[in-house]
Design a protein around this ligand. Structure first.
Ligand code: KIV
Length: 258
């Protein structure tokens, strides 16, 4: 049976930590799902991670739909969260709902995620009112990179921390089922986690969140650049290079194919 958003709230109440991962394709989603991870995010990070773009901003709805559908086919049990790309939820609440419906109806997502707090609370409430679960995302919000002036830790001053707390509460008030807290001081993430009934899922926000999310290629060691907040559990890039060389050697020697 598929994990329900209410199961995540129960995990928070029971003090059970939630492990979440991103996935962008069918085989990876299938493997992650088989391991019992309850939340798989098809993040717009795919723009950088699998498409080689410089930021998440050029990622379009069509690109997201393509990857969300692949992940949804691979994940039979996890909640599949489809990221709403830049520009698909800012124009109006109606536009946000129209695009969220596409991710669920055409992509097969269970839920959607969007970036921002108070500024997007109206859009969140509209989407939730249609029956689509919404995950919030505050702190370092990569779609705002040009306004933030880079990928920097957020909420370091007292007033910035207050604004993030207000964002978190606005999202909860609008009906989100969980909130991603990205790159903020651990103490602030702990306070937000305590203030909310819905689970917080941290990335670069310390150990006190209700759960953690990592970009799958970071934990697998597939990329050359590893962000500070990521943990590389294995270096698959070296293993893949070794396999490719072994294969090429066998072909070159004429020993492959016997
Ligand atoms: O796009 C993404 O992968 C994300 C996670 C890092 C939370 O938003």
């Amino acid at each position: 049976m598929r994990v329900a958003i209410h199961d995540l709230k129960k995990m928070k109440s029971a003090g059970q930590k939630i492990a979440a991962l991103t996935a962008y394709d069918y085989p990876t989603a299938k493997l992650i799902d088989e391991c019992g991870i309850p939340v798989i995010l098809v993040g717009d990070s795919l723009g950088m991670v699998v498409l080689g773009l410089e930021s998440t901003i050029p990622v379009t709805m069509e690109v997201m739909l393509h990857h969300v559908a692949a992940v949804a086919r691979g994940a039979k049990r996890a909640i599949v969260v489809g990221d709403m790309p830049f520009g698909t939820y800012h124009l109006s609440a109606e536009d946000a709902l129209r695009n969220a419906i596409r991710l669920v109806q055409q992509g097969g997502a269970t839920a959607v995620k969007l970036e921002g707090g108070v500024a997007v609370a109206e859009q969140v409430a509209k989407i939730v009112s249609s029956g689509i679960p919404v995950m919030g995302h505050i702190g370092l919000t990569p779609q705002y990179v040009h306004q933030l002036g880079g990928y920097k830790v957020q909420g370091k001053t007292a007033s910035a921390a207050e604004r993030l707390m207000a964002d978190a509460k606005a999202l909860e008030g609008a009906g989100v089922f969980s909130v991603v807290l990205e790159c903020m001081p651990s103490q602030l993430a702990a306070e937000i986690t305590k203030a909310l009934e819905v689970p917080t899922i941290g990335i670069g926000a310390g150990p006190h969140c209700d759960g953690q999310i990592q970009v799958v290629s970071d934990v697998l060691g597939l990329s050359d650049y590893i962000p500070k907040h990521a943990k590389q559990f294995v270096k698959l890039s070296d293993i893949i290079r070794g396999v490719v060389k072994d294969y090429a050697d066998e072909v070159a020697k004429g020993t492959f194919g016997h």
